[in-house]
Design a binder for this molecule. Structure first.
Ligand SMILES: NC(=O)c1ccc[n+]([C@@H]2O[C@H](COP(=O)([O-])OP(=O)(O)OC[C@H]3O[C@@H](n4cnc5c(N)ncnc54)[C@H](O)[C@@H]3O)[C@@H](O)[C@H]2O)c1
Length: 393
């Protein structure tokens, strides 16, 4: 079995998750990490042989096959461009960049080099999300009528909650949608094989200012907050986004995205109604799929590889009754990406087209998908600002 050398840049929440899930593949060794803060300490804590302060040094010295970019959004572009220039395959966290122009240059560079390029839209890789895709592809839902759902979190509920994601120069011009709505809409386009054609958005900022800690957040306690512990910062990105959209084939949709919804820690809900049946999937109960029918009883399909479609069972790691979730989506996504690296091709598996629906391309999200998400984010911001429908083309 061929073994691959991976490096990870940006060791916060998700960088550590990448390292952990890469190890589950068995054929990928995380040989180094790069972190602007405490690289040696982080390398030791995560059992990675070497830590670098500067990702350039890691790329120059470690003969990496693949770089995983897990830094705040504003640095994705320069890091990806450097890695591609040096002949290293790239897995970039979402959103791919902070502007369309950056994403376009990243895609052009990836095409020029022929290297494998991926954006970590991991939520596609829940087995029952794959199953929905296969059901739609096989016509089990009939013609699609409308799609709805939400992505709700509460980690920015209080005005004392603070993160780099609140700062446009690090995060980009959209927050709730750019950070999590982009996962939801990627999932919709993936399962339907249809692209969004126009959007109409409404944004709200509930905390017009927030208290930015002047000392490390880790040592912070909301209860002990004193005026000298924080500075008041104006907020210019949305806490909440409502997005109505149309997909190709005349399918209607809408989603609610919020980072200030008390009690919902990280919940994605997807509802799809068609002319034959409907489905409802909830990431907080991700091993079950509700199937709605008019003429007979409703059903519930549980995650069990022995009864799922071949595509869905192919990304299922455990037998029925053994719960899989968020970390497993990373493992399955990475497995497909490293298969592409092994095959020396971005697109080893041939997909298919059904009318307007396009199920071709790799199962993982590529830079092309990342760029399309950047376009969507920008059009959604424009729509919210101008209070009107905006076409994507
Ligand atoms: N796919 C997912 O489900 C998912 C979940 C969370 C975050 N993300 C994405 O991952 C990225 C990181 O998010 P996070 O939540 O891990 O943030 P985080 O703040 O927890 O971690 C980011 C880390 O990057 C480090 N860093 C910043 N600039 C750097 C540089 N130039 N070189 C090396 N290290 C640098 C910071 O010191 C920090 O440790 C973001 O793009 C975010 O949108 C994706």
């Amino acid at each position: 079995m061929e073994k691959y050398r991976a490096g990870v840049v940006g060791i916060g929440f998700i960088g550590a998750a990448h390292i952990e899930q890469l190890r589950r593949l068995g054929n990928v060794e995380v040989v180094a990490l790069a972190s602007t803060t405490n690289p040696d300490k982080k390398a030791e804590a995560l059992c990675v042989p070497k830590g670098y302060v500067d990702y350039h040094d890691m790329i120059d010295r470690e003969n990496l096959d693949c770089l995983h970019i897990c830094t705040p959004n504003s640095s994705h572009y320069e890091i990806a461009m450097y890695a591609l220039e040096k002949g290293v395959h790239v897995v970039c966290e979402k959103p791919m960049a902070t502007t369309i122009a950056e994403a376009e240059k990243m895609l052009a560079k990836a095409k020029e080099t022929g290297l494998v390029n991926a954006v970590n839209y991991n939520c596609r890789f829940y087995p029952l999300v794959f199953q929905i895709r296969e059901m739609i592809r096989a016509g089990k839902l009939g013609s699609l009528y409308h799609i709805g759902g939400s992505y709700l979190q509460d980690w920015l509920f209080l005005d004392t909650d603070y993160s780099w994601r609140l700062e446009k120069d690090l995060s980009g011009n959209s927050r709730a949608f750019g950070d999590i709505g982009t996962h939801w809409i990627d999932m919709v386009q993936f399962v339907t094989g249809l692209k969004v054609t126009e959007v109409m958005a409404d944004f709200a900022i509930f905390h017009k200012t927030r208290k930015k800690p002047v000392k490390p957040v880790g040592t912070y306690s909301g209860m002990a907050l004193r005026p000298e512990d924080y500075e008041e910062k104006p907020v210019s990105t949305e806490d909440y986004a409502l997005v109505a959209f149309h997909l190709e084939n005349g399918v209607y949709g809408s989603c609610t995205v919020s980072q200030v919804f008390a009690g919902r820690k990280n919940q994605m809900v997807l509802d799809i109604g068609g002319s034959k049946s409907a489905v409802h999937w909830d990431s907080e109960n991700s091993n079950a799929l509700w199937i709605g029918r008019r003429e007979c009883e409703n059903g519930e399909l549980v995650k069990d590889p022995s009864i799922l479609s071949p595509a869905a069972s192919g990304i299922t790691g455990f037998p029925g009754g053994h719960v899989e979730g968020f970390p497993d989506t990373f493992k399955q996504n990475f497995r497909k990406i490293y298969e592409a690296i092994g095959a020396g091709s971005q697109n080893p598996a041939a997909g298919s087209r059904t009318g307007t629906a396009n199920f071709a391309g790799p199962d993982f999200a590529a830079f092309e998908d990342g760029l399309q998400e950047m376009i969507l984010i920008e059009k959604i911001i424009q729509s919210a600002g101008e209070r009107r429908w905006i076409s994507i083309k």
